[in-house]
Write a protein that binds this ligand. Structure first.
Ligand SMILES: Cc1cc2nc3c(=O)[nH]c(=O)nc-3n(C[C@H](O)[C@H](O)[C@H](O)COP(=O)(O)OP(=O)(O)OC[C@H]3O[C@@H](n4cnc5c(N)ncnc54)[C@H](O)[C@@H]3O)c2cc1C
Ligand code: FES
Length: 317
């Protein structure tokens, strides 16, 4: 992925194209940017994110709110909320379409279900660093859990368009079939994740309850695949996003298998631009050559500014 990429982040108005449910838990929101917003988002990388201003949105009618979220939905929502991209399409120099997929999980995302086509939303972005895939890699293993799927689906599409030399394999995990954020897996007779298989990405799926794919953890399925397949570990890269316990297991597996891994962390965020310090991530301190300080102390980086993508070895799990 282009290393000299420069992000022109800003606050832009986007017009909503659609906001449609995917099964019982997720929505796909499609946003159209014009002018400077279109130019900025056209340059964004998979793994970067945007923030949506949610405090102007109203709640749906009480009966349209999932029962377990009715209490939570009464809370005030002051801060913008972060979401990764699942797709970016540069239509022309004055129009860029950015899609996100969100899980309805609390006060802001409940309100987001009321967003309608033609609405205008205030969006900050593109934010964060994104994944980096250098030219020495010819095999990329994608690993996603639940709500970590969108940036991984985005990178899968990016690779098939921009790095045809790379073999891409995906491992997707979720609690159950309904928690897989793909339109294709919501069909009653679904057998595969069509969004990934149709672009030539071999995909292995696990669910905690065995309702789709194999039963068990996605990292265990990857472990089996690594034992059964001979790969050049120096030329292989793992890219991952999902719950932190999954990322911690993945990090151990990657280290044991001697494969470089990048993980995208979804920390709670407030400002999203490095000011409030609420998204600190404990990382290993690099040895300081000038002071000969080789201590194994740790330090902190900011998930919104230095991340959300980190080398898995640097994160203190
Ligand atoms: C860089 C980044 C990218 C993200 N991308 C996506 C995405 O593509 N799709 C998506 O659905 N969500 C994504 N998230 C998480 C999303 O921002 C939160 O789910 C959302 O802000 C919840 O807002 P809420 O007010 O509805 O819920 P809240 O009331 O704020 O929280 C509801 C529940 O979700 C948990 N939660 C809230 N924020 C996070 C978080 N950042 N990580 C883990 N748990 C959280 C809370 O602990 C609580 O249990 C991302 C987060 C980050 C930091
Ligand atoms: S969210 Fe404010 S510093 Fe990261």
């Amino acid at each position: 992925m282009c290393e000299n990429h420069k992000s022109d982040k800003g606050v832009f108005l986007a017009q909503v194209r659609y906001n449609e449910p995917i099964g019982d838990y997720y929505y796909r929101l499609s946003l159209e940017f014009s002018g400077k917003g279109a130019a900025s988002f056209a340059k964004a990388k998979p793994g970067q994110f945007l923030e949506i201003k949610v405090n102007t949105l109203s709640n749906p009618a009480i009966l349209d709110i999932p029962e377990h979220l009715r209490d939570a939905s009464r809370r005030n929502v002051l801060l913008r909320r972060p979401f990764s991209f699942v797709d970016i399409q540069e239509i022309d120099e004055n129009k860029t379409v950015v899609d996100i997929i969100y899980l309805v999980t609390g006060a802001s995302t409940v309100r987001m279900t009321t967003i309608c086509p033609q609405d205008e939303l205030s969006i900050t972005g593109p934010l964060g660093n994104g994944f980096s895939i250098d030219s020495s890699k010819d095999c990329v293993i994608l690993v996603a859990g639940g709500v970590g799927v969108p940036p991984i689906e985005h990178v899968a599409n990016w690779l098939t368009k921009n790095r045809k030399d790379v073999k891409t394999v995906a491992f997707i995990g979720a609690r159950s079939k309904g928690h897989l954020p793909f339109a294709s897996t919501q069909k009653a007779d679904a057998k595969t994740i069509e969004e990934l298989e149709s672009i030539g990405v071999e995909t292995f799926v696990t669910t905690d309850d065995g309702s789709f794919g194999d039963s068990g953890f996605v990292t265990d399925r990857l472990g089996k695949w690594l034992s059964a397949n001979k790969i050049d570990t120096n030329k292989t890269l793992i890219l991952s996003c999902g719950p932190e316990p999954m990322l911690a297991n993945l990090s151990k597996l990657a280290e044991k298998s001697n494969i470089e891994a990048q993980v995208s962390l979804e920390r709670m965020m407030a400002c999203g631009i490095g000011l409030c310090q609420s998204c600190a991530v404990e990382v290993e301190k690099k040895p300081d050559n000038q002071t000969n300080d080789n201590s194994t102390e740790t330090t902190y980086k900011l998930c919104c500014k230095d991340g959300p993508v980190f080398n898995s070895k640097e994160v203190i799990w």
